[in-house]
Design a protein around this ligand. Structure first.
Ligand code: BG6
Length: 802
């Protein structure tokens, strides 16, 4: 059907003319009042500025100056004007234009850029006030409307507070214009210091004004992860999950070492330097739920944060660490340390990360980085499962079809044999779609990558390679906050990494020679939530008289403690001895009685034991084992503070104990916690009496608190120390105060009681308890004396060598 012809009324004509005039006037005004952006680069003569930032600013100028924006560039530093001007001129000498720009045009553009760039000393509050005045005068003089100001902090973090205060008090732009401050890492050293720094900065700037740079987010292959996932939703929707992904590797290998930077490196180490930021950012981009609209910064940042919330906490066993052999020597030389100094800072780390959500449950994410390795390369590799069996011989397998060839998707960040950023998709997966800024690439003939010839992949590289900082400068200019680290994001990341860093603080890293000579020394394996080196540490690489001897340097020591057998060793050795003893007891019990009743304590000491049992004890009779809790905190079982939750995370989810053999304490009844009238303690006691012959456990594992408590039986609180009750409600001096615990009489009915004591914090109590008699009211642990069973103490040297 034809549309009705438009009826041109005279009134309509008039209206149209008025609208056009207003629009024309608007255009003229806009032309007159160009939007002006002032960019202040603090640290304008420093390394980062010389290597990347000036070039990035020049690129920004080339991209944006023609599009209705005018710019001024203020290079700033503490150096006096004359000398600073000279240094800055040097830094600006090497600016280059895109390859396809004619040399004459390039020279012209460079010249204009240099005219817009001025050095200024920014040292005192007055200097900042003068800067503000100059910007305002320039705007007025040239008739420009201010769009905003970018302050790029390319300075060490100790200088942040002063600069921030000055900007906030005298350099904010006028109403309607934006302020963007750009910050470079490090953003703290751990969760606490990051929080402090964030609070300090937060007192000067709004969250939306801060742009924390992680330059990996500007690497083209990294910046392509979300757009790629979005553009290939159809193919990836069914594949991007635990059913199809075998594992994910996020890797950054370097050949350089830390020489010349040891004063920084000694404080940070590879985990803080690379894993906490660059690799974690890549991990979140791979693992996050894809927002409906990937260009919504708010949605991307929210989904990123959800990944942090689902990360399973890291344990000491989640990581292996190494240090290249000449590192300590470099530190001694550069930091003037004595000859006896040996650093424990890792220069290599591999960490196994798990994400506890429905999409990724059980999929290993391996993060690895190191200095002085055999090659420089970075990538995120998603390896898909392959459950096909091909009947025809390999020569008939066609790359595009055969399900027997490896199936992988690689975001190749850079370097390596490929030498450039790339996205590689195995041809037997799907033909991907990429934006026009990426082109199909060809590599050198015969090139193999990740076990397959390059020809087995659909391979794409950027049409124009761009440096990460130049990409990020453009994102700052356009206010794309999703390419930067928000305060919430930063603190979530430190919250995830800090416990691991603390647990590794005194661990001696494996020494490696560096480069190709590393051979297989750093190869690692993983299973059941733990990661370990594949090879034993060779003798010659053990550090000499250092602060941290290896556990294997010592024998297991057997002696007596409180007249009962004592096993003592370095912690790793001790745990493995205890795990072996528990397994042997379990096997014997099952052989004799058909079942094994094991009561386990919570807290941090048994975590390593649980992990050991979960990973290295394939002969353990789990199917016939009943697991009981020695004590519990009055919190829901799903609470991270719950002892049962620790057992679940470190043991239960890795072994096959029948559901009906698991006996959590009933602390949560009638939707309330440990109410006397709910009789949870009595219920548990009845369950024990019903299932455990004579209420005598085959083995009870206890710990000893620094105040002499054991189970949840605390000094000065008589509950559970004697009497008829098998299970009691008690009160702890520390939070959560309410507890449920096996009573001392019940513990003493056990056939065997093992007390595990680890760490320096236990030295004093260990010494004290060795001297006291039977005084359970003061030191409940002293009341542990099985009537007819055996008591064995397991103490590590840190606790025992007092
Ligand atoms: C930096 C680290 O953040 O990243 C350096 O501090 C590391 O130690 C560098 O060498 C690696 O970045 P790129 O861009 O060279 O991969």
């Amino acid at each position: 059907m034809l549309a009705e012809p438009f009826n041109w009324q005279p009134g309509l004509w008039k209206m149209l003319i008025v609208v056009m005039c207003v629009a024309l006037l608007g255009c003229l005004q806009a032309q007159e009042l160009q939007e002006h952006v002032s960019i202040i680069l603090l640290g304008a003569t420093g390394d980062l500025a010389k290597k990347y930032l000036w070039q990035g600013l020049f690129q920004l100028y080339l991209d944006e100056a023609g599009r209705g924006h005018s710019f001024s560039f203020h290079g700033a530093a503490l150096t006096a004007p004359k000398q600073g001007q000279e240094l800055m001129a040097k830094a600006l000498e090497s600016l280059s234009c895109p390859k396809d720009m004619a040399p004459s045009h390039c020279a012209e553009e460079k010249d204009q850029f240099l005219q817009l760039s001025r050095y200024r000393q920014l040292k005192t509050a007055e200097d900042y006030q003068a800067l503000n005045k100059d910007i305002e005068a320039q705007l007025q003089h040239a008739g420009l409307r201010e769009a905003g100001r970018i302050f790029y902090f390319s300075v060490p973090p100790f200088a942040y507070a002063d600069i921030a205060r000055n900007i906030n008090s005298s350099c904010r732009p006028g109403p309607g214009a934006w302020l963007r401050v750009v910050l470079e890492k490090p953003f703290g050293h751990d969760h606490f210091s990051a929080q402090q720094l964030a609070t300090e900065l937060g007192s000067f700037f709004q969250e939306e004004e801060m742009y924390r740079v992680d330059h990996y987010l500007g690497k083209q292959a990294v910046a392509q992860i979300l757009p790629f996932r979005d553009q290939n939703r159809k193919a990836l929707d069914s594949l991007w999950n635990r059913h199809h992904v075998e594992r994910v590797e996020i890797i950054m290998k370097e050949t350089v070492d830390a020489e010349g930077r040891t004063s920084f490196y000694e404080e940070y180490g590879v985990i803080r330097d690379v894993l906490q930021n660059h690799l974690t950012e890549v991990l979140t981009l791979v693992a996050m739920e894809l927002p409906l609209n990937v260009s919504s910064a708010e949605a991307v940042l929210r989904h990123k944060l959800q990944v942090f919330q689902a990360l399973r906490g890291l344990q000491r066993g989640s990581a292996v660490v190494g240090q290249y052999q000449s590192y300590s020597e470099q530190v001694r030389r550069e930091l003037q340390k004595p000859d006896s100094f040996h650093s424990l800072t890792p220069t290599f780390a591999a960490v196994l990360v798990h994400i506890d959500n429905l999409r990724w449950e059980g999929v290993p994410f391996i993060l690895m980085s190191g200095k002085a390795l055999d090659e420089r390369v970075g990538y995120a590799r998603i390896l898909f499962k392959n459950q096909a069996c091909c009947v025809q011989s390999e020569k008939h397998w066609a790359a595009a079809q055969s399900q027997c060839l490896p199936r992988q998707l690689i975001f190749h960040i850079g370097h390596g044999d490929l030498g450039s950023p790339a996205v590689l998709v195995s041809r037997n997966l799907f033909r991907p779609s990429l934006p026009s800024s990426w082109k199909e690439m060809e590599g050198p003939p015969g090139l193999r990558l990740f076990g397959s010839p390059l020809s087995d992949y659909y391979a794409y590289s950027p049409v124009q390679e761009r440096d990460a900082h130049s990409v990020l400068l453009s994102h700052i200019f356009h206010g794309r906050k999703d390419s930067f680290i928000t305060t919430e994001n930063l603190l979530a990341s430190w919250g995830f990494w800090t416990p691991l860093l603390e647990s590794l603080a005194h661990k001696a890293p494996r020494l490696y020679p560096g480069g190709a000579e590393n051979g297989r020394l750093l190869d690692f394996e993983f299973s059941s939530g733990r990661l370990f080196f594949s090879q034993q540490q060779p003798e010659q690489l053990v550090p000499g008289p250092g602060p941290a001897p290896m556990p294997s340097d010592f024998q297991v020591l057997r002696a007596k403690y409180r007249e009962s057998p004592l096993v003592s060793a370095w912690s790793e050795e001790l745990i493995s001895k205890l795990a072996n003893d528990i397994e042997a007891t379990a096997v014997r019990a099952v052989r004799r009685f058909g079942q094994f009743h094991l009561a386990l304590s919570g807290g941090s000491s048994p975590v390593a034991l649980f992990q050991q049992l979960a990973t290295a004890h394939y002969g353990f009779p789990w199917a016939h084992t009943h697991l009981w809790l020695v004590d519990e905190r009055c919190v829901p079982l799903s609470d991270p503070e719950s002892n049962f939750q620790g057992l679940q995370a470190h043991l239960l989810q890795h072994v096959r104990v029948p559901y009906y053999n698991i006996h959590p304490m009933p602390v949560h009844l009638q939707q309330r916690l440990c109410a006397e009238e709910d009789q949870g303690a009595q219920i548990y006691a009845r369950e024990i009496s019903a299932l455990v012959a004579n209420s005598s456990f085959d083995l009870v594992l206890l710990g000893m608190g620094a105040d002499g408590h054991t189970a949840s039986l605390f000094p000065q609180s008589p509950t559970g120390l004697d009497g008829e009750q098998l299970v009691v409600l008690t009160t702890s001096p520390s939070q959560p105060h309410r507890r449920m615990s096996l009573s001392l009489p019940l513990i003493n009915r056990a056939k065997k009681v093992a007390v595990l004591v680890m760490g320096r914090m236990k030295r004093e109590i260990t010494a004290l308890v060795s001297r006291v008699g039977y005084e359970p009211k003061k030191w409940p642990i002293s009341g542990v004396l099985p009537h007819s069973g055996q008591l064995v103490w397991y103490m590590d040297y840190d606790a025992f060598l007092a």
